[in-house]
Design a binder for this molecule. Structure first.
Ligand SMILES: Nc1ncnc2c1ncn2[C@@H]1O[C@H](COP(=O)(O)OP(=O)(O)OP(=O)(O)O)[C@@H](O)[C@H]1O
Ligand SMILES: [Mg+2]
Length: 471
């Protein structure tokens, strides 16, 4: 039995944030789908805030009530659920159940590769109840797979590092002989594996290569070896965008990964918005050729040896640091997707340059490693923190997720310092509770991001339900 608490609400207060765009209809609910078992994932919280501040009734899928993102003031409803991404029927049933609770069609935004792949391959029967992008069904899996992306790039002539799928340790050693050390080791399908194995690692010598090969062989996971592209400051780039039904990418943003965690081969923990017309043109051209539709997040490295951007990674979903980017119309990729999927036009705007984004829980850990490697001084690190425009967790109008993140991080560091242990097991248990926004109908924030957007609600709020309705 499922107990539900739903209250009416979510109707956006009419707020005059600006006059440069037409009125927005924010009455269609949105569901932020998270299948990744990492409770500290900040991308979903960003979507909740971006849409929630506009007045969209936002529903989230979370591990449990103490997940930091589950405590956002902008959540209208919360679904506590840890489905196994491989269990298609279970996922379809759970999402249908959630749709029944919401009571009307909702925009569905996956925040991880597993969710994007699932929707592309199995989402057809959810269509009447959810609005989501429809890329070619096999494309998200193809681009998210590390080796299948390499094959695709090779076929299309897109610059990328050399790569191999070694079938034996001898083949791995032969590849290392060809490209030299360091080289990069990547899990071929990182979304499909238990946590504990790192998705991307820098391999410095033969001993590390043998250990990585052995570890993957024992775990039964695919390992790809890749040529190391020399980097350094300003060489790691990323691209975030949203492609509409005709694969036109708008908005399209480019930025620089200044620091990552784990250092040199991880997620962006400090990034900067930096428009690059060349990169933008190259990526939007590729997306049109692929017929891609929906949100995407790409990692690239500028190879100083030949001046080319080498494509490293293609995530067919929103990037966790997407709130770094906004355009002069006040849009980010989540808002653009919401507007397009609800049949509204995407206002024109230019990328805002120079903004920076910090992930508070990972950047100090990443910075420590850069400092040890002699690449970052304390003064430079502190100076970079003073330039931050957007943080992953801290927000004055939504403090609880930050507080819970600090508590969880403190506990994690005290109990298993700097290690990433196995995630919680998946489960079929599905519970629904109202979110904090449900108790405050009409909450719309004065987010500076929205200074050029006028948010209004023309249609009725989502269907209200009785508190604690048993199903
Ligand atoms: N071939 C390479 N040469 C040099 N550095 C690389 C290479 N591949 C990856 N890196 C570094 O590792 C970072 C992360 O790489 P990538 O995006 O491929 O992996 P990932 O983020 O772990 O994958 P996912 O996004 O699927 O979780 C890059 O931004 C870059 O700094
Ligand atoms: Mg990546």
């Amino acid at each position: 039995m499922i107990s539900a608490r739903l209250r009416p609400g979510g109707t956006a207060r009419r707020a005059a944030f600006g006059v440069r765009t037409p009125d927005l209809d924010t009455s269609t609910p949105a569901v932020v789908l998270k299948l990744d078992p990492n409770v500290m994932h900040h991308g979903g919280l960003g979507v909740i805030r971006s849409l929630g501040r506009l007045g969209v009734p936002v529903y989230g899928v979370h591990e449990g009530p103490w997940a930091p993102a589950a405590n956002s003031v902008y959540l209208h409803g919360r679904c506590f659920w840890k489905p196994d991404p491989g269990e298609t029927d279970q996922l379809l049933a759970g999402l249908s159940q959630l749709a029944g609770r919401i009571g009307r069609p909702a925009v569905l935004l996956p925040t991880d590769d597993a969710g994007a792949i699932f929707l592309a391959e199995h989402g057809a029967q959810l269509r009447p109840r959810f609005l989501f992008a429809d890329p070619p069904a096999d494309l998200p899996r193809q681009v998210a797979g590390k080796y299948s992306l390499y094959q695709l790039c090779s076929a299309l002539g897109v610059p990328c590092p050399h790569a191999a799928l070694p079938g034996s340790l001898a083949q791995a050693q032969a590849f290392a002989g060809d490209v030299g050390f360091p080289l990069i080791a990547k899990l071929t399908t990182p979304w499909a594996h238990a946590r504990g194995l790192r998705s991307t690692s820098i391999i410095s010598d033969g001993g590390q290569l043998a250990a990585a090969y052995q570890e993957c062989a024992e775990a039964g996971v695919g390992l790809m070896l890749q040529e190391f592209i020399p980097g350094g400051s300003g060489h790691d780039w990323f691209f975030h965008g949203y492609c509409d039904a005709s694969s036109a990418c708008r908005p399209a943003f480019t930025g620089v990964k200044e620091r990552s965690y784990p250092a040199h081969a991880g997620l962006t923990c400090f990034g900067r918005s930096a428009p690059s017309a060349q990169l933008r043109a190259e990526v939007t051209g590729l997306l049109a050729r692929l017929g891609y539709r929906g949100i995407l997040d790409l990692d690239l490295r500028l190879d100083a040896r030949d001046g080319q951007f080498k494509l490293l990674d293609f995530n067919p979903r929103i990037g966790a640091q997407f709130r770094l980017f906004r355009d002069t119309a006040g849009l980010d990729v989540a808002t653009a997707a919401y507007l397009d999927l609800t049949g509204q036009s995407i206002p024109a705007g230019e990328q805002v340059a120079g903004r920076s984004f910090l992930v508070e829980n990972y950047d100090p850990l990443g910075a420590l490693r850069y400092w040890r490697d002699g690449e970052l001084g304390l003064g430079s690190w502190l100076a970079s923190l003073r330039t931050v425009d957007e943080t992953a967790w801290f927000a004055r109008d939504d403090l609880r997720p930050f507080g819970l993140m600090c508590v969880r991080m403190g506990w994690r560091l005290a109990t298993r310092p700097l290690a990433s242990g196995p995630g919680q097991p998946a489960g079929t248990d599905f519970r629904y509770r109202s979110g904090r926004a449900a108790a405050r109908p009409g909450r719309v924030a004065g987010d500076s991001q929205l200074s050029a957007i006028t948010a209004t609600s023309r249609r009725a709020a989502p269907q209200s339900h009785k508190e604690e309705t048993p199903v």
